[in-house]
Every structure is written in structure tokens, then in C-alpha cells.
Design a protein around this ligand. Structure first.
Ligand code: MFK
Length: 563
């Protein structure tokens, strides 16, 4: 008998991704809803060509970067200390396209005015999951550009800005953001890096940086103190700009001690540095370094959010594509009810986190073009840590789910699937852990009118919903918001507020998502499953019992009941 015996030579086909813009119906619907027609028409060809490449060649470069991690050589053949870092071709290609495709530049050219950030972040949303996290250098580069826009009244910084926002791979420059030291990742005030005047208006930095991404950049912003620490060990930090290399190509007083061996982000050269005498320039006010660099890290925290939703979208797209290829128990797995349900839950999760991320992009665009109201600016400040912490956790959950959707294949390194889980895990750590960001949300609530603005925004949005078909959902959300406001105003002491900060942050994230779905449904009520999504969200996600007080946990003494 000729031909293979049944199943003996069976090889499972891996799923192919299709154009990541045109196949993402939610993204297309979102942009149609919120972008003026002429803006949408002008950027659609670019998004379409980009979505084709992120589904194709970019993934090959990312794979190359993942399996060929950076290598550090300390000495050359003659014994000279060189500290050279070699990165893969894939990594270099991903940098080139980032420049050419304007992944940072779009945000600063502002050709789409207040919508420029939305356009830029939609491209980053497609790029990230195909970039071996080249998005990290881009995040710091973008944050550095924004910092210079605000504080850079100097020729050197203006020149640096041109490089950071260039579309030409030859002149494109990237920036590092060095904050972490052996003494502290979250509490940077215990810095052991000192800055001494060099007698010519600049400074010389000496100290140590424990975890710096990415040392292959061209410039960096870092924190150091000009005074010895106070008796409580905390130092008033200032912010410094430095070129990583001197004009002759040698390192600027920096020794690269080691590359970090991390759980994930393997392609990203993260280094441990000895600062032996770095020529640097102070930026912003002396002693106000944390405040000044917050401009940068608030941008990288928004990037973190975009990264998280990029992974979630990719996890969904690949799992869906696989379900159309893989057969089990006599039919394609897309026909199995439980697989369908799991996919649908993934879809709701990715679209809901994405609606939050895109809203944040819109707010940032408005703020930077001077078009944000006071409420919107305060909302941007509040939602930046909230969205970062919420989406990071979601992406870890769904990167794990993604592996399971592929069964055993998903657990194999050469399928390329496990790396997403490893990479997603960092999203809840760098740029501030979930707890640190919950405290940052409290800072924004208390000092920057964040909570009052959230109340104002939600009232305005609920009032704008007049469609009787959405009346039940509007009422349900109104009730759930009341639960939040009552709970928050019932927190009397700082300790109580801190103990519940994380729960409040998650609740605000989920409430904002519900508000955004309502707003989206004003125009898209009959489309697809969006209405079901909102109903599901209100019923199963916004759980009133998720707000837990310190008292209930026995962290503070029980209050005597009144009456
Ligand atoms: C792919 C996407 C991302 C990729 C990039 C990853 C690359 C990794 C590069 C890294 O560097 S990772 C390390 C990042 N490290 C952090 O994010 C630090 C986490 N810790 C915090 O965020 C702490 O909350 C903080 C260091 C800010 C606490 O420092 P302090 O000195 O105890 O803060 P303090 O005294 O509360 O605030 C000092 C000032 O900054 C205050 O302003 P004033 O001086 O006017 O009073 C604060 O209001 C202000 N501030 C703090 N956080 C702010 C902020 N202002 C605006 N926005 C914020 N988020």
C-alpha cells in the first residue's frame, strides 16, 4: 500500500498571524470611533503596512534577538579594558525600524495634533510583542525626549532631543534611565551615587548602578546626590544627563561590571555599572531630581501599559489562530465549547485592558498639546500608575493562559511561546511594583486632586449616557462607583488608606474600563459582542467585595460601632 499510514507522519502546523492592524477588529472600531475621519484616513495606510510587518518579519528578528542574547567582553586581545557589548542582528534591525517607522518621533512631530500619541501607541501596541522588548529602550528614549522638552533649555540637550526623535537610523539615539542602586529599587533616596562640581559648570559622578537598561544607549538620565545623606539615610537627589561615550568612543568614566542574568527580557542588555568619574550635567532644580525624573518615568509607565496590552492581544491572536489549525476529539478545537469560552474571556480581557491603555494615550496626547482640561490632566496623573499596575498583572495572567491554550507545545522553548510569560513578569516590577504604584496612586489622589477628578469624570460620562438601551448598565455602574466612593471616604487614617490602596487601584482600573465601554457603546451598541462584554464586566469583574479594609484584615484595631 502506498502513502503514509494514518497519523504516522502527522506534523501539527503552527498558526500564522495575519495583518495585526486589519485583523484586530476592536482596534479598527476603536480608531473609527475616536479619531476624526481625516486623521484616520491619513494614518490607515501606515498602520496597515506596519501591521503586516509586525505579523511577519519583525517576529523573525525578535526570535533572533531572543535566542542570541547580548554578550559582554571586558578586555580586548591586548588586555585593554573595553567593556564591549555585542547584540544580535535581530535587535539591531528592530532598532532601525523603530527609527524609520517613527515609533518615538510620531509623538513629537505631532502631525496628528492631540491624536499623535494615540497613533504612536497603536504602532507600539503592534510592535511590542514582535520586538523582543526593544520597546524598553524606546520607552526610556521617549521619556527622555519629554524630559528635555520640559527642562532642556540648553544646546547639548536640544541636540540630544534631535537624536532621540530622529527617523533616520544613522542619527537616531536612545536613552537609558538609571535609577536603581544596591540600596534601593523602590526607595531611590538611599542612593550612594555622589555628584561633585567639576569646576567648569558640570559634575563628576561616582557611585554604582545596580540594574540599568540599556547600557547600549547613547545617553542616560540618572540620579545622584550633591550632599551627604541626612541622618535618616535619605539623600536629596538631583537629576543628571550624561553621554555614555566620549567623543573618541571610549566609555564616559563607566565600567560595565556585568550583564544581568534575568528571568526574561533576554535580548535586552541590562547592566550593572561602576561609575568611576562620569562627566554629567545637572538637569532641573538641584535636590528635585525625583520630581524631575518623574516626567520620564510617567512616560515609561504608560509604555509599560502598552507593552502589557500588546502581549495580551498577541496571546489572544495566536490562541485563536491555533484553534483553527489544531484538531482534537474529532474536530478543530475552535469548535470545543470550553476552548471557545476561554478564548472569549481572553478577548474580553485584552480588549478591556486595551480600551484603558488607548484612553491613557489620548489623555497624554491632549495634555502635551495643551488641550487637556484640568480634570483630564489630573486623571492622566491618577490613571498612569493605575493602568500600569492593572494591565501588568493582567498580562502575566494571560501570558500564562496563552501557554496553556497551546497545550504541551506552548511549554516548549523552541515554539517561542514561553518567552512572553517571562517577559510579562517584569511588567509588574520595573517602573514600580504593584505596591509602589498603588502608593503613587494615593499620592496622586491626595496631592494632585486625582480622586475628585475621577469622580467628576465618571459623573460627566454617566450623565452623557442617555440611550435607554444602556440605562441598566449605567445604573449598575453608578451603584458600583458609589460603593467605591463610600469605601474610600470611610478610610480615616493614612494607615487605613495605605492598606486598601491596592484594592482601590484595581477597582478604579475596572471602573474606568466599565466607563470606557459605556462611552464606546454610545456609538457601537449593535456591533459585535461589545454589549455582552460590558454586561460581563459589570457582573463578574467589578466585584464590590474586592475592597478590603485594614480593619477586616486585623491590621488595625476594630472600630467600635456607633449607636
Ligand atoms: C517597556 C516599558 C518600560 C520600560 C522601561 C524599563 C526600564 C527600566 C529602567 C528603570 O529605571 S526601572 C526603575 C524604575 N524605578 C522606579 O520606578 C522607582 C519606583 N519608586 C517610586 O516610584 C517611588 O514612589 C519614588 C522613587 C518616586 C519615591 O521617591 P521619594 O523621593 O520617596 O518620593 P517623594 O518624596 O514622595 O516625592 C518626591 C517628589 O516627586 C514629590 O514632589 P514635590 O517635591 O513637588 O513634593 C512627588 O510628588 C513627586 N513624584 C513622585 N512620584 C511622582 C511624582 N510626581 C509626578 N508623578 C509621579 N509618579
Amino acid at each position: 500500500m502506498k502513502g503514509p499510514t494514518p497519523y504516522s507522519d502527522f506534523i501539527q502546523k503552527l498558526p500564522k498571524l495575519t495583518n495585526e492592524y486589519t485583523s484586530d477588529t476592536f482596534l479598527v472600531d476603536y480608531l473609527k470611533t475616536y479619531l476624526p475621519e481625516e486623521v484616520l484616513n491619513s494614518i490607515t495606510p501606515d498602520l496597515t503596512q506596519f501591521g503586516e510587518r509586525t505579523a511577519g518579519i519583525f517576529r523573525e528578528w525578535a526570535r533572533d534577538a531572543e535566542v542570541n542574547p547580548p554578550q559582554l567582553t571586558h578586555f580586548d586581545a591586548m588586555g585593554n579594558r573595553v567593556d564591549e557589548i555585542k547584540v544580535s542582528n535581530g535587535w539591531l534591525e528592530l532598532e532601525k525600524v523603530a527609527a524609520k517607522d517613527g515609533l518615538v518621533a510620531i509623538g513629537y512631530e505631532r502631525k496628528q495634533d492631540e491624536f499623535s500619541r494615540l497613533y504612536q501607541f497603536v504602532k507600539l501596541y503592534m510592535y511590542t510583542a514582535s520586538s523582543a522588548i526593544y520597546t524598553c529602550p524606546l520607552a526610556m528614549t521617549d521619556g527622555a525626549a519629554r524630559l528635555i522638552e520640559i527642562y532642556g533649555d540648553d544646546e547639548v540637550l536640544r541636540k540630544a532631543f534631535e537624536g532621540l526623535t530622529s527617523r533616520d537610523p544613522e542619527t537616531f539615539k536612545t536613552s537609558g534611565q538609571w535609577m536603581t542602586e544596591r540600596t534601593g529599587g523602590s526607595d531611590v533616596s538611599r542612593s550612594m551615587t555622589f555628584a561633585e562640581p567639576d569646576g567648569e559648570g558640570g559634575y563628576i559622578l561616582k557611585g554604582h548602578k545596580w540594574f540599568t537598561s540599556a547600557i547600549t544607549a547613547d545617553i542616560a538620565f540618572t540620579l545622584a546626590s550633591t550632599e551627604p545623606p541626612a541622618s535618616n539615610g535619605r539623600a536629596a537627589l538631583s537629576l543628571f544627563y550624561l553621554p555614555i561615550r566620549n567623543e573618541d568612543g571610549s566609555l564616559n568614566g563607566i565600567e560595565v561590571e556585568a550583564l544581568k542574568d534575568k528571568l526574561g527580557t533576554k535580548a535586552l542588555p541590562t547592566a550593572q555599572l561602576n561609575l568611576k568619574g562620569v562627566k554629567a550635567m545637572m538637569v532641573g532644580e538641584k535636590g528635585k531630581g525625583v520630581k524631575t525624573i518623574s516626567t520620564l518615568f510617567n512616560i515609561t509607565r504608560i509604555y509599560n501599559t502598552i507593552c502589557a496590552v500588546s502581549y495580551m492581544r498577541r496571546a489572544y491572536a495566536l490562541s485563536e489562530a491555533y484553534s483553527k489549525e489544531r484538531e482534537a476529539f474529532g474536530t478543530k478545537i475552535e469548535n470545543h465549547t470550553l476552548y471557545k469560552k476561554s478564548l472569549r474571556e481572553m478577548e474580553i480581557a485584552y480588549q478591556s485592558s486595551t480600551i484603558l491603555a488607548l484612553f491613557l494615550s489620548k489623555l497624554l496626547g491632549k495634555e502635551e498639546c495643551g488641550k487637556a482640561t484640568e480634570t483630564e490632566s489630573a486623571l492622566l496623573r491618577l490613571l498612569t500608575p493605575v493602568a500600569k499596575l492593572y494591565t501588568a498583572k493582567q498580562s502575566i495572567k494571560y501570558a500564562s493562559e496563552h501557554i496553556e491554550m497551546f497545550g504541551g507545545i506552548g511549554y516548549l522553548e523552541d515554539s517561542g511561546i514561553p518567552s512572553m510569560l517571562r517577559d510579562a513578569q517584569v511588567l509588574s516590577i520595573w517602573e514600580g511594583t504593584t505596591n509602589v504604584l498603588s502608593l503613587d496612586m494615593l499620592r496622586a489622589m491626595e496631592r494632585e486632586n486625582g480622586f475628585a477628578s475621577f469622580g467628576e469624570y465618571s459623573n460627566q460620562l454617566l450623565t452623557s449616557i442617555t440611550d435607554p438601551d444602556l440605562a441598566n448598565e449605567k445604573a449598575a455602574l453608578g451603584k458600583k462607583l458609589k460603593v467605591l466612593f463610600n469605601f474610600a471616604t470611610g478610610l480615616k487614617t493614612q494607615e487605613e488608606m495605605i492598606a486598601s490602596a491596592r484594592d482601590v487601584a484595581f477597582y478604579i482600573a475596572e471602573a474606568t474600563i466599565a466607563l470606557l465601554w459605556l462611552d464606546f457603546l454610545k456609538t457601537n451598541k449593535d456591533k459585535g459582542n461589545y454589549y455582552q462584554t460590558l454586561k460581563y464586566w459589570l457582573r463578574y469583574k467589578m466585584r464590590e467585595d474586592s475592597l478590603v479594609s485594614a480593619e477586616e484584615l486585623g491590621l488595625v484595631p476594630e472600630r467600635e460601632s456607633v449607636g
